[in-house]
Design a protein around this ligand. Structure first.
Ligand SMILES: Nc1ncnc2c1ncn2[C@@H]1O[C@H](COP(=O)(O)OP(=O)(O)OP(=O)(O)O)[C@@H](O)[C@H]1O
Ligand SMILES: [Mg+2]
Length: 457
């Protein structure tokens, strides 16, 4: 549930069925600058929470119908959680009923006080919980803002080429379902963008899309990022922390670079995917989550399975649907559109009045092999925008170099592409000197000229 920050004092909801208790709490809390609202029954709590936003809930566990066991209050805790998972709840229990208090904490209460309470202690607990709750919600809001930013770029999925049509159809067909999707493709092919598009066309679009990048996280950090932890779970765990799975509840979790998830964590991940249940690190309390998983990788997960680095059963869970993104060199028709799109973006950003790309520059973009795919194109255009002086990008502004990786991609090129590639390489090595280039290539000058013409070099 999304909750806006309040500028006025923190809002507290107090629940107790004894009018005198409510009255003395009201007096105490008013002096602390808190905005107080009181209710006298469990049903009153639920109604209030559904209607308004609070920073903390202070609730008695015993109600007239069931005064001693605290059961009614306990049953309420999970319903409160489902209305607002980030609301700090403090329970009041009868003196001497520590077991009930402990059970309440197990079910999600953040702290407890025993009646009759000590004012100073109660106020300290309240202040701490309000602070923690606000920090948690700030974190959640940031997530949402990031999502909004990402959504902005999502609208710019450029995919006119024939090679991208299967991708576009897949997004339209499986996007709205809850099916798990695995997106594969080389670096920079747009796996992130496609994941946003999938979320945006889904029924979960109004809910958060939360991203975790599994690359570069140590096993311990990954675990607490994903599943959260409780205070004291390890040395640095000073406060409870909600994991990304819980933050994504009702929405989508995007697990980027999934091949890097350590084997031990793969087992935990599998369990959440199978049961929807997880425990925070250091806690035995089970949380249920409803999350759609989108994952992405540039590795071949089948190979990873064979090598014993990836669990096959997890792969089967992840790739209900697989979307393969073609490399940019297989969708050259999109290059002009993408280039103009990036040109607009960067020209606006750097406040330059660039409006076009000269034909020669466009030709160079079309011929480049783009080992770094769309991200490389983006960067090339950005650099050109910075370099360009007039109102059009020229070939020299692009400073395209044959990529270091390009030779390793030779096996993916056609014979003609390889020939054109080698000729370009030879020419650039000898600064355009045709005689020298012809000599290294073992061709006569005229044979080289014929080829230059054929390939439009
Ligand atoms: N089809 C597209 N239309 C417009 N922009 C795109 C498209 N695909 C990718 N981009 C842009 O190219 C850049 C790289 O895309 P993205 O980060 O999604 O790639 P990736 O496959 O996730 O890369 P990596 O494997 O390195 O994480 C981003 O700036 C993205 O906005
Ligand atoms: Mg990415």
């Amino acid at each position: 549930m999304t909750r806006a920050a309040t500028s006025a004092g923190p809002r507290i909801l107090v629940a107790d069925d004894q009018p005198d208790v409510l009255e003395s709490l009201r007096l105490l809390l008013k002096g602390e600058g808190l905005q107080i609202e009181t209710v006298a029954s469990p049903a009153g709590i639920l109604t209030a929470l559904e209607e308004r936003e609070f920073d903390v809930l202070l609730m008695d566990l015993n109600y007239a119908r069931d005064t001693t066991s605290g059961r009614e209050g306990l049953d309420l805790l999970s319903r409160i959680q489902s209305i607002d998972s980030t609301l700090p709840v403090i329970v009041m229990t009868a003196w001497g009923s520590v077991e009930v208090a402990v059970e309440a904490m197990r079910r999600g209460a953040h702290d407890f006080v025993q009646k009759p309470w000590e004012n100073a202690r109660l106020l300290t607990i309240l202040r701490t919980q309000i602070e923690l709750g606000r920090a948690l919600r700030r974190g959640q809001r940031l997530e949402e803002e990031n999502r909004a930013l990402r959504d902005g770029s999502r609208l710019d999925l450029i995919a006119k080429s024939a090679a991208m049509q299967p991708v576009v159809q897949m997004i339209e067909r499986v996007g709205p379902s809850d099916a798990n999707v695995l997106i594969t493709g080389e670096n920079g092919t747009g796996k992130g963008v496609v994941s946003q598009a999938l979320h945006a066309v889904s029924t979960r679009a109004g809910k958060p899309m939360v991203t975790v990048n599994a690359g570069g996280l140590s096993e311990g950090v990954f675990e607490s990022e994903l599943f959260g932890h409780v205070k004291g779970a390890f040395t640095d765990a000073k406060v409870d922390r909600v994991g990304r799975f819980e933050l994504a509840d009702g929405g989508t979790l995007f697990l980027d670079e999934i091949a890097n998830v350590p084997l031990g964590q793969q087992t935990k991940l599998l369990r959440v995917l199978e049961t929807g249940e997880l425990e925070r690190v250091g806690s035995s309390r089970t949380h249920r989550v409803n999350v759609r998983l989108i994952s992405a990788t540039n590795s071949d997960l089948n190979e990873e399975v064979v090598a014993g680095r990836f669990r096959q059963d997890l792969l089967f869970r992840l790739n209900t649907i697989e979307i393969r993104l073609p490399p940019l060199r297989s969708r050259r028709e999109d290059i002009p559109l993408l280039a103009v799109h990036f040109l607009r973006q960067h020209a606006q950003h750097y406040r330059k009045s660039l409006t076009s790309i000269e034909p020669g520059a466009l030709q160079a973009l079309l011929e480049h092999s783009w080992p770094g795919n769309i991200r490389e194109l983006d960067h090339a255009v950005e650099r050109a925008v910075l370099m360009a002086r007039g109102d059009a990008v020229r070939v020299a502004d692009l400073a395209l170099r044959p990529g270091r990786e390009s030779s390793s991609r030779l096996e993916e090129m056609s014979l003609e592409e390889v020939e054109a590639f080698l000729i370009r390489k030879a020419l650039s090595r000898y600064d355009g000197n045709v005689s020298q280039a012809a000599k290294t290539l073992g061709l006569s000058r005229s044979a080289l000229y014929r080829r230059l013409q054929r390939y439009g070099i």
